[in-house]
Design a protein around this ligand. Structure first.
Ligand code: RIB
Length: 303
């Protein structure tokens, strides 16, 4: 059972589904509204936990009506929440998600996530030191993320940074990572006009670019490897598909799979997740993946 620690955001997601986008000054009627548990960090933790990883979550919620519910939700997936703090006076992180034609756009308000400090990370050092892999994203303050990357780098703890949402990062920090997983938008914010192939070949087996319905790509040191996504009949909700990918990749990579097998497996999980509503409810269990005919290729025939 791989030990996965996620240092990251915990949000409440307000999801509306609409068939029309309101123009300036216009009111349109939407199709549905729901409140879901989300946050890139929490989604990645749930993804890994549903597959069977032993997961610790480090982060914070607000002192509001959502805080305890967000913690209880993670406990429901057997995620250890001992290092989730309630930040006095802060609201919980919130995301306002508009779903239009199966695709989403998100406005994220960090709240308590912006108060996760390097001291909070340091307090959890015993958990970090016994982790097989640590995952972090960009919904926390930059200083906290950089502190964590330095901490893991100095102690040789495997660390994956999912740079979502996008913000510039120095080469010094990319060099300290084991895995770096931008999507195409994040890739262009970080690397500008540079060609994907040129960048990926500079960081073999480290940068994995996720390409939505096109799957994912990395360079294995000799050549580019493109792993296509699974074709699905109907896309219901793409929210959190990237998070499902990252949690699943961490789990699979720490289960002795090759990078190629782990990416293939992670692709499968995100393809399954987009066929259901909700960032966390859509993430599949290991049994759901095992039931797919594509499973054997994804798990390298090991189980
Ligand atoms: O990646 C999807 C997540 O991004 C949502 O759950 C939302 O909380 C935002 O942070």
């Amino acid at each position: 059972m791989p030990k996965v620690t996620v240092v990251g955001s915990i949000n409440i997601d307000f999801l509306i589904q609409t068939n029309r986008i309101a123009k300036k000054g216009e009111t349109v009627e939407g199709e549905s509204f729901s409140t879901n548990f989300g946050g890139k960090g929490a989604n990645q933790a749930v993804s890994a936990a549903k597959l069977g990883a032993q997961v610790h979550m480090i982060g914070a919620v607000g002192e509001d009506e959502f805080g305890q519910a967000l913690i209880d939700n993670l406990k429901k997936y057997n995620i250890n929440t001992d290092y989730i703090k309630v930040k006095p006076g802060e609201p919980s992180g919130a995301a306002f998600i508009r779903l239009y034609k199966g695709d989403n756009s998100i406005i994220y308000v960090p709240g308590a996530n912006s108060a996760v400090s390097y001291q909070d990370v340091r307090e959890a050092e015993n958990v970090l030191l016994t982790s097989d892999i640590v995952i972090v994203q960009n919904e926390l303050p930059r200083e906290t993320v950089e502190y964590l990357v330095d901490f893991c780098y100095k102690r040789d703890i495997t660390i994956l940074l999912n740079p979502a949402p996008a913000r510039p990062i120095s080469k010094e920090y990319i060099d300290k990572l084991n895995f770096f997983t931008p999507n195409e938008t994040e890739f262009s914010v970080i690397f500008g006009d540079k060609k994907v192939e040129d960048v990926l070949s500079m960081y073999p087996n480290k940068i994995i670019i996720t390409l939505g319905s096109e799957g994912a790509m990395f360079h294995d040191g000799e050549k580019m490897v493109h792993i296509p996504a699974l074709e699905v009949d109907e896309i219901v909700d793409t929210t959190g598909a990237g998070d499902t990918f990252n949690g699943a990749f961490a789990y699979a990579q720490q289960s002795s799979l090759t990078i190629e097998e782990a990416v293939t497996f992670a692709n499968l999980t995100s393809s399954v997740s987009i066929q259901k509503f909700g960032a966390q409810t859509g993430a599949p269990s290991f049994e759901e993946i095992q039931a797919l005919k594509e499973y054997e290729n994804s798990w390298g025939f090991k189980n």
